[in-house]
Design a binder for this molecule. Sequence first.
Ligand code: HEC
Ligand code: HEC
Length: 194
Amino acid sequence: MPAKKSHAMLLGSFLLFGSSALMAAPSASMLANTCAGCHGTNGISVGPASPTIAGKSAEYLKEVMEGYKSGDRHATIMNRIAKGYTDEEIALMADYYAALPFESAAEKQTFDSAKIEAGSKLYKKNCSKCHDENGTLAEDDSGILGGQWLPYLQFTMVDYRSGRSEMTKKMKKKVEKLNDEEIESVLQFFASQK
Ligand code: HEC
Ligand code: HEC
């Protein structure tokens, strides 16, 4: 009898788990419908101020959305949007977008090649430790800067440097060493990655 009972319990929890897993996929994509107007179909933004969000790590996406929700991260619009979602829904959307492929916006933008060159050197010295592989690596949980929309990166850096959004201490130390032109160069370097 006890053996039978535990078998039934196992089966019960399997069914429970199975059905919630089945429901998770459609509800994540339903939630993501709301985001598509600004972040594009499948999280690839047509720019320029809304970032591409596909392909970043789930950890990063979750952290950023929570920062918007709490107000720690400055935003023009995302603070209000993030407040409308529970932590579970945010986690669901983070997993959903993390699983989609990132697509570079470099070819849709124009750059100054001298700035890219200067930016490349500044990058290696100051940013490469945490934004690995020219900022294209999702696994370092620092977002994806390589191939992002330049205006989005510029607005974000204004928020960081003015203190409206908080940087990690170590990033702050590096960013504070750079002047406006150097920041512009390093952002052009990032955005130009294909
Ligand atoms: C009305 C347009 C709009 C909608 C709708 C919208 N966003 Fe955003 N999103 C933005 C803008 C603009 C930014 C840049 C921050 C800001 O100014 O608010 C942003 C930033 C973000 C970022 C930060 C990206 C990064 O690299 O740090 C994430 C993540 C994000 N949005 C997720 C979402 C999700 C998930 C939804 C759907 C629930 C959504 N957004 C809906 C416009 C929008
Ligand atoms: C010590 C690690 C570290 C260093 C060094 C660093 N960063 Fe970051 N950076 C991060 C982390 C972690 C995040 C994501 C969390 C956050 O917003 O604070 C981030 C986020 C960013 C973002 C926002 C990404 C987005 O999609 O919204 C920009 C822009 C950025 N960094 C630029 C730079 C630049 C430029 C440098 C070099 C001058 C640099 N970082 C150096 C760790 C670092």
